[in-house]
Design a protein around this ligand. Structure first.
Ligand SMILES: [Cu+2]
Length: 173
C-alpha cells in the first residue's frame, strides 16, 4: 500500500513537471488567452516603435470573473524602465493622457479594455525598439488577484476595429 502511494506521488510529480513547459509553449504560440484564477487576459498587443522612440504602448482586455473587484496596480516589463497605466480623455477638444495613480479597477463580473484612445499601458524608456512580430513580456500586478505575466504581440495595425479579432489571428498580420 505504502509503496503504491509512493509510486502514485512520483508519477504525479513527473507529470506536472512534464506538463508545465508544454502549456507554456502552447500559450506562447497562441497568445490569445491567459487565465490565473478569476482574472482572464485577452488580446494583448502593442505597436512597433520607430528607432529612438522613447515610448511604446500596450493594449489588452481584462476580464474579472470573480466575486470581488480587482485592481491593476502596477506593471513591469524587461523592455522598459517604467510602465504606466494611462487613461486618455478629451480636454478642451484635445486628446490627452494621464497616469491612473490609483490603479485600474475591474469590478466583479466585468471586462475592461485597454485599447487605442482609451486606457492603455505606456512602456517608458524602451531598452530597444519594439519590432513587428516580437512578443514583449509584461507582468501585471493586481490588488485582489495573483500577478499575471503576459506577452504583448507587436503588430502594426491602426484603428480600433482590428483589435477585436487580433488575438485569434496573431500570426496572420
Ligand atoms: Cu499614454
Amino acid at each position: 500500500m505504502n509503496q503504491r502511494k509512493t509510486l502514485t506521488t512520483a508519477f504525479l510529480l513527473s507529470c506536472s513537471t512534464l506538463v508545465t513547459p508544454v502549456l507554456a509553449a502552447d500559450h506562447q504560440h497562441h497568445n490569445d488567452h491567459h487565465a490565473t484564477g478569476a482574472v482572464h487576459i485577452h488580446n494583448a498587443w502593442s505597436r512597433p516603435t520607430p528607432p529612438g522612440a522613447p515610448m511604446g504602448v500596450g493594449y489588452l482586455t481584462i476580464t474579472n470573473n470573480g466575486a470581488e473587484e480587482v485592481s491593476l496596480v502596477a506593471v513591469e516589463s524587461p523592455r522598459a524602465s517604467h510602465v504606466s497605466i494611462h487613461e486618455t480623455s478629451m480636454h478642451e477638444g484635445m486628446m490627452r493622457m494621464q497616469p491612473l495613480d490609483g490603479g485600474l479597477a475591474i469590478p466583479a463580473g466585468s471586462t475592461v479594455e485597454l485599447k487605442p484612445r482609451s486606457y492603455h499601458l505606456m512602456l517608458e524608456q524602451l531598452t530597444k525598439p519594439l519590432m513587428e512580430g516580437e512578443m514583449i513580456p509584461v507582468r501585471l500586478d493586481f490588488d485582489g488577484a495573483e500577478d499575471i505575466t503576459i506577452q504583448l504581440v507587436v503588430q502594426s495595425l491602426d484603428g480600433m476595429d482590428h483589435s477585436h479579432h487580433m488575438g485569434h489571428s496573431t500570426m496572420d498580420h
